[in-house]
Design a protein around this ligand. Structure first.
Ligand code: AMP
Ligand code: MG
Length: 351
């Protein structure tokens, strides 16, 4: 299949949106930018079209898709009931990086929800995304536009790497703004519960809803529990090289990483390091990449997935990353990094 690339990094291009909408209405696949990561879109109400997403990504069929809408009123057709919390959250955070789990209506096929009676809904804050959703009929199922298991795409080039020749169209909207996927909050089962951390954190949700819980499977102690968001159980984001997170006081972390890099070099293994603008000059015997600045946690979130992809293009055998427990998005960033590292964490103590 020839994949058409439409450039819209400077904003909406009406003809391209019209063509993209026609592809979606005809049951095809279009990758598009959102403020979180690039999505791989299909008509969410068309069982066969949704099925194509799983094939293109190599995604397990029990891992449900998020349905993207462009207007609040669209929610009535896909949700069986709309709890008051949904309206409160929409008023506070939509359009934006928040996904709500609601009971699904009959119109949503099980192919879209991975066999569940609930549906995930999001209204993205990206003009190109919303124009595409409207042009495509109003309901676009879209997981991240990467091959299953690879880091989520934060620029069109990443989508091209994974999806060229496999899907009908890629809309290039330039680099995304946030860089990690939406927060997912379940509104179907008692107290609202965070199933996946994101830009919108527990405290921000709590200010709107009062009590908000976090799925216990996301905590360190709950690592063996079954997560309520089926996708959270899969190995994800993993680079080809072995990745370890080194956590502890910053000076000790840098010293430990340098000691490990030296040992690796002596053993003929090459080392990669994920550091920051502040720390990168301290590392020796390694290919060092800065993920961003500790003064600007948004920069760390934005570069996380692209730095993991960059290391795949290098020859390093082992990667060590600092930990990034930043104030607002620390939980979301570390959730992705810990998955990418397959839970391999080295803790160093104050000495
Ligand atoms: P992605 O779009 O690739 O970021 O993946 C979507 C995430 O949303 C996955 O982790 C899914 O398991 C989760 N998800 C989608 N629909 C539901 C649902 N109805 N209930 C719980 N989790 C969901
Ligand atoms: Mg994904």
């Amino acid at each position: 299949m020839k994949t058409v690339i439409e450039r819209m990094s400077d904003g909406i291009e009406e003809d391209g949106i019209r063509r993209a909408g026609e592809i979606l209405r005809a049951g095809g696949l279009v990758a598009f930018p959102t403020e979180t990561v690039y999505g791989l879109g299909a008509n969410a109400l068309d069982e066969e079209a949704a099925g194509k997403i799983y094939a293109a990504k190599g995604r397990p069929s029990d891992n449900p898709l998020i349905v993207h809408i462009a207007d609040w009123d669209a929610i009535g057709r896909i949700a069986k009931e709309i709890p008051p919390e949904a309206k409160l959250l929409a008023d506070a955070f939509w359009p934006g990086p928040l996904t709500m789990i609601l009971k699904k209506s009959e119109e949503v096929p099980y192919a879209t929800t991975g066999g569940l009676d609930t549906v995930a809904v999001r209204l993205p804050n990206h003009a190109v995304a919303r124009a595409l959703i409207r042009a495509g009929g109003g309901y676009v199922a879209a997981p991240s536009a990467n091959t299953s298991g690879r880091p989520s795409p934060t620029k069109a080039e990443h989508v091209v790497e994974d999806m060229d020749g496999v899907i009908d169209m890629i809309i290039d909207g330039g680099d995304v703004e946030i860089g990690i996927e939406s927060t997912i909050v379940d509104l179907t089962d008692g107290t609202p519960t965070i199933l996946r951390p994101g830009y919108i954190n527990q405290e921000m949700l709590g200010r709107v809803l009062g009590a908000v819980e976090v799925d216990r499977a996301l905590s360190f102690e709950g690592a063996n529990l079954r997560p309520k968001a089926p996708g959270m159980k899969y190995r994800h984001y993993a680079p080809k090289a072995q990745l370890f997170i080194v956590q502890g006081p910053q000076r000790q972390v840098r010293e430990r990483i340098n000691a490990l890099a030296k040992e690796n070099a002596a053993a003929g293994r090459s080392t990669g390091v994920i550091g920051t603008d502040e720390s990168q000059a301290f590392y020796t015997n390694a290919l060092v990449k800065s993920i961003g600045s500790r003064q600007d946690e948004g920069s760390i979130a934005r570069h996380l997935f692209s730095i993991l992809r960059e290391f795949d293009d290098s020859e390093v055998n082992v990667i060590y990353s600092e930990a990034f427990d930043t104030p607002q998005m620390g939980q979301a960033i570390m959730n992705r990094l810990i998955k990418a590292a397959g839970h391999q964490i080295i803790s160093v103590q104050d000495t």
